[in-house]
Design a protein around this ligand. Structure first.
Ligand SMILES: [Zn+2]
Length: 226
């Protein structure tokens, strides 16, 4: 009997998969058998980092550029859908991805979308250990993006109240198609670069303090100086 190849798992594999049933499901959903799903509250501090950078360092035209980038992304998705409607051969996952982009743009303003994608880039750079392989990060980025769209949410009844439930399962290849759209926007890399610059700034500040301390205290006297 073969066992699941996910670290620490001893369950038998599911059919021809190299993973057990649970890890196979996690991989399909989160991009990696051990990737933990990201919650909106986890992302909040990173969105604040992006907002603070935009209001203190970025040019005043940054928001125009962010709008332009997202509008171009939506226009390309609309063009994809239009072509498919005219009978141009299409890839079903790519078309689903384009549909999700257009639907999202109808529900959520572009600045919110762009800030979320940049915040994911910041998080990736700031805390690499959180991500199980790049696939885990890519899937979570797409998932967070889709979850911005209230129409994509699934609702379920518990008792008398209807509560927002788990996000609708998206086929992995549609997630991959969505990632390639997001990646082409360069927004993830801008977020990552903002995190790198922040880390560099903190390091420079620490070095300044150390230099001042050394200047004031001078060399430490050792042995028998008195
Ligand atoms: Zn397993």
């Amino acid at each position: 009997m073969r066992t699941c190849k996910a670290d620490g798992c001893t369950k038998p594999v599911d059919g021809y998969s190299s993973l057990c049933e649970r890890h196979k499901r996690t991989k399909a959903r989160h991009g990696h058998p051990l990737q933990v799903g990201v919650k909106k509250t986890d992302l909040k501090p990173y969105i604040r980092e992006i907002e603070s950078y935009l209001s203190t360092v970025s040019a005043t035209t940054a928001y125009d550029s962010m709008n332009d980038i997202w509008n171009r992304t939506v226009a390309a998705a609309q063009a994809d859908i239009g072509a498919a409607q005219r009978g141009v051969p299409f890839n079903v996952h790519r078309l689903q991805a384009s549909g999700a982009i257009v639907s999202l743009s109808e529900e959520v303003d572009s600045v919110t979308i762009v800030k979320l994608v940049m915040a994911m880039g910041f998080w990736y750079e700031d805390d690499k250990r959180h991500w199980k392989h790049d696939d885990g990060f890519r899937f979570q980025t797409v998932r967070m993006l889709l979850r911005l769209n209230p129409r994509e949410a699934v609702y379920k009844w518990s008792g008398n109240t209807m509560t927002r439930s788990t996000f609708k399962e998206v086929p992995p290849r549609t997630t991959e198609a969505l990632w390639s759209i997001v990646d082409a926007s360069k927004l993830v890399s801008y977020g990552a670069e903002i995190a790198r610059r922040k880390a560099k700034g903190l390091e420079a500040a620490r070095n300044r303090v150390r230099a001042e301390r050394d200047a004031i205290l001078g060399p430490e006297l050792t042995g028998g100086a008195a």
